[in-house]
Design a protein around this ligand. Sequence first.
Ligand code: NAG
Length: 146
Amino acid sequence: MFKVTIAACALLIATVSATPFRDCGSTSTLTAVRVPGCEVLPCIVYRGTNVSVEYDFVSAVSTNTLTTDVKGVIGGVSLPWPGRFPPACEDVKVGDCPVAVAEPITMSTLLVLSPAFPSVNAKAIWELRDDSDSTLVCFEVTVKLL
Ligand SMILES: *[C@@H]1O[C@H](CO)[C@@H](O)[C@H](O)[C@H]1NC(C)=O
């Protein structure tokens, strides 16, 4: 009974803290996206801060490397997200590189919101790619930069 209660609570917390997203062609099973404090879209984010974007997926492939590629779409124009992302294997929080088939992975990637960014509504298109540059994970989240 106690265990059931704990499991139910854990499930509730996991549900409440998840961020809604649109899947844009993940080939692996993307199960959750978490942007801190964002449970409804658009995510309100503040320029001059850093946001840890977390997501969980079960890999459909094996890969030695992972690459993060984020685009921002502003007024219909798609631009690379300014700044460089470290090799994404450094962002693996649960699991490890090389990634095995069916391995559950949790990623935690720092998104730097420069104070120089304009204050706009944008759509972030977040992709994670494998060794052969194929998309493992793709999700879209609308953001309001304040
Ligand atoms: C955000 O992250 C960058 C790169 O790690 C770091 O240089 C900067 O100081 C961080 N900014 C804040 C507000 O934490």
